[in-house]
Design a protein around this ligand. Structure first.
Ligand code: AMP
Length: 311
């Protein structure tokens, strides 16, 4: 595995690989790898000839007072895992390498960036869209893998790629969970044991929401209330939002029909955690995508280009 710090070196290497007919798979991350990251690396390894993974804790996507300074980092552990997953190139640029002394150009994806997490983190998705645009510009034509754990991020990146005609095929991969249902996240590291236990309420609330729809409920407001009530019953968790939106534009649906996202965000101790499920509802037929357990299906190649929800 090659470890590169400079954008020009990476660009040169990938241009050569493509000239030789090799297809590039790219997995952008902020590091501190867990099974969620590994599942993306495996998906890329299974589908592409040359796998690039970037580790960059992007200051632009953190707001004032957020956890940039204490975001967990483990460069050596990440390198070991990347190597074990068959990554060919690990790209670890510095902040200076990515942004120079001053960067005054940003990418803003309207509408999609303003709802859900965008309400409490108004600049977050501008940071995400900007860094992804920069990384795609360095990496060049590729397939880029993102987790559905960050569903809104996936939607924002897809939209930026489409609107700005970037030569990138975005692949959405299953959300990977701990055996008890907690969505894997580098930020779970912040949780004290009691909080770690309480944090599973986000998944339990979503499951309750799914059961409610399976039982026939089609009113978004009722579904939101059901999910919110489960979360607020857990004293160690402060609910930020429980929302029901259409997957295609993240707007509220009039009724629960078609493809909808049920998303929650909450604070547990000093961690801000998010989780979601997607539902495909056609009349009486409800198919829920709750993700996969880290132990079992995490390594399944998601199958490009579009990942279908698991029943
Ligand atoms: P991060 O390092 O947290 O910025 O995440 C890097 C990539 O891994 C993003 O595409 C995330 O959506 C994805 N990811 C993080 N956690 C999970 C998870 N539990 N399941 C699937 N993908 C994940």
């Amino acid at each position: 595995m090659k470890r590169l710090e400079h954008a020009d070196d990476l660009r040169g290497l990938l241009d050569e690989a493509r000239a030789d007919g090799r297809r590039v798979g790219f997995v952008p991350t902020m590091g501190y790898f867990h099974e969620g990251h590994r599942s993306l690396l495996r998906a890329a390894r299974a589908a592409d000839d040359l796998v690039v993974c970037s580790v960059f804790v992007n200051p632009l996507q953190f707001g004032a007072g957020e956890d940039l300074d204490r975001y967990p980092r483990d460069p050596e552990g990440d390198a070991r895992i990347a190597e074990a997953e068959g990554v060919d190139v690990l790209f670890v640029p510095s902040v200076e390498e990515m942004y120079g002394e001053r960067c005054v150009t940003t990418v803003r994806v309207g509408e999609l960036s303003e709802v859900l997490c965008g309400e409490s983190r108004p600049t977050h998705f501008h940071g995400v869209a900007t860094v992804c645009t920069k990384l795609f510009s360095i990496v060049g034509p590729c397939r880029a893998y993102f987790g559905k754990k960050d569903f809104q991020q996936l939607a924002v990146v897809r939209r930026a790629v489409s609107d700005l005609s970037m030569p990138v095929e975005v692949v959405g991969c299953p959300l990977v969970r701990e055996p008890d249902g907690l969505a894997m996240s580098s930020r779970n590291e912040y949780l004290e044991p009691e909080e770690r236990e309480a944090a599973t309420v986000l998944f339990r609330a979503l499951r309750e929401g799914v059961a409610t729809v399976e039982a026939g409920e089609r009113d978004p407001a009722t579904l939101r209330r059901v999910v919110a009530n489960v979360v607020t019953a857990e004293p160690l968790v402060r609910l930020e939002y429980a929302e029901v939106v259409r997957t295609r534009d993240l707007r509220p649906p009039r009724a629960i029909e078609g493809d909808v996202l049920v998303a929650v965000a909450g604070r547990v101790g000093t961690a801000r955690l998010i989780d979601n499920v997607t539902l495909a509802v056609q009349g009486d037929r409800v198919t829920a995508d709750l993700g996969v357990s880290g132990g079992e299906g995490a390594g399944d190649p998601p199958g490009p280009p579009e990942v279908r929800p698991r029943a």
